[in-house]
Design a protein around this ligand. Structure first.
Ligand code: BES
Ligand code: ZN
Ligand code: ZN
Length: 404
């Protein structure tokens, strides 16, 4: 447990540790920025990554009291909300895929919406079939865990706006085997993190609600498992999509762009958000280009690019702009369908993926795609394997603040 208490409170009450391990941290001399980082760091240090160990529930959580000046109370409490939303996102990403099904992600969003006061609608396979979310259904058709579309809407009280200021779409692949174009088995387990975009979107909507930000936002998560099965889509199949466009599936491992195509078309047709950002662990190519240091940012909008770059840099949630020139578009042209899901050339994979997504954005002027494949799930000094980073939650929180 982490509590933030002001010095005056400490002096008037005798602090009374409830657990054996009680740590008091004096933060009253810190700047607002350092205090924010201290609160977030302290809270995240309490995450128990061994929750599935036999004795996982016997983990004794220390109580940390951060003692600050009364004047910094609201800064510290805001930082605590950011950290809690990040912990939610981390929990989702770190949860194994036998537990974290599309239904589990939907239940998680519903519970968060009830707790923090935002609306969540969940569409199951039957509803998705009626809605013609054919690309999302195609990706999920090989799994016994059926797909879901999760739609979260946070609209601050008294706001009558019909169009949200910000629309968010997050790739929600609960596990990516690659499908029939199966991945090599080494490190395939990392693909439980293929819903890092979904976790960022759920975390960001939750954060807006926790902070009661004065901004109307909608978050959409197309969630599915990409499995190998007799019912799976095959390379060479042609599928339809929510937009009505047909897609030739060259490679079933390029599934993220298929579910995002439906997520983007859905949010644009039904909500017309003023600004639109999607986040996805989309390509290995973005890791080849930028490593594990920054996400790839794809947009035609200079203003949004500048804003995301400047809010991301000081909090170490970096975005690095990549080109979107039309030269890359023909690589995605199909002979038999409106578009294909994989370029014919083994170059510029993260860019051609962005050009694919662009086809489903109805030329939205304020759209940004963030490829977070290298930054959502990372090595750290605290664990032997990779763990979730919650990349995007704090970035989107800071970005939303620039919009209110
Ligand atoms: N989920 C992967 C991308 C990924 C790779 C995320 C590494 C995190 C770490 C995505 O669905 C995928 O498989 N992409 C393929 C696309 C290829 C088939 C065109 C890739 O990038 O290798
Ligand atoms: Zn894939
Ligand atoms: Zn994937």
């Amino acid at each position: 447990m982490l509590e933030v208490i002001s010095i005056s409170e400490v002096l008037s009450t005798n602090s009374n540790p409830k657990t054996k391990i009680h740590i008091e941290v004096i933060g009253s001399h810190l700047s607002d920025e350092l205090l924010t980082n201290a609160v977030i760091g302290l809270r995240i240090s309490l995450v128990n990554i061994g929750a599935f160990k036999t004795n996982g529930n016997r983990f004794e959580e220390p109580q940390i009291s951060l003692i600050i000046d009364k004047s910094q109370e609201s800064i510290a409490n805001k930082a605590l909300s950011i950290a809690e939303a990040q912990v939610s996102a981390m929990h989702l990403v770190d949860t194994p895929s036998n537990i974290k099904t599309p239904e589990y992600m939907a239940d998680y969003a519903v519970a968060s919406g009830k707790k923090y006061g935002y609306k969540v609608d969940v569409y199951d396979k039957k509803a998705l079939t009626e809605m013609k979310m054919d690309a999302l259904l195609a990706v999920g058709q090989g799994s016994c865990h059926e797909p879901r579309l999760i739609v979260m809407e946070y609209n601050p009280k008294g706001k009558k706006s019909t169009n949200p200021k910000l629309g968010l779409v997050g790739k929600g692949i609960s596990f990516d085997t690659g499908g029939i174009s199966i991945k090599p088995s080494a490190n395939m387990g990392y693909m439980k993190s293929d819903m890092g975009g979904a976790a960022a979107v759920i975390g960001a909507v939750e954060l807006a609600a926790r902070l009661k930000l004065d901004i109307h936002i909608v978050g959409v998560v197309p969630a599915a498992e990409n499995s190998v099965d007799a019912n799976s889509i095959r390379p060479g199949d042609v599928i339809s999509s929510y937009s009505g466009k047909s897609i030739e599936v060259i490679d079933t491992d390029a599934e993220g762009r298929l579910v995002l195509a439906d997520g983007l078309a859905y949010i644009i047709r039904n909500y017309q958000p003023e600004n639109l950002i999607d986040l996805a662990t989309l390509t290995g190519s973005v890791i080849a280009a930028l490593g594990y240091t920054a996400s790839g940012m794809f947009t035609h909008n200079d203003e949004m690019a500048a804003s995301l770059t400047s809010v991301g840099a000081p909090i170490n949630e970096r975005v690095w702009r990549m080109p979107m020139w039309e030269d890359y578009a023909p690589d995605m042209h199909s002979d038999i369908a409106d578009i294909k899901n994989l370029s014919s050339r083994p170059v510029a994979g993260s860019i051609t993926a962005a050009k694919f997504l662009e086809v489903f954005t109805a030329e939205h002027k304020n759209w940004v795609h963030l490829d977070i494949a290298g930054v959502a799930f990372a090595d750290s000094e605290f664990a032997k394997s990779r763990t979730a980073t919650a990349f995007g939650v704090r970035l989107l929180g800071a970005y939303m603040e620039t919009m209110v």
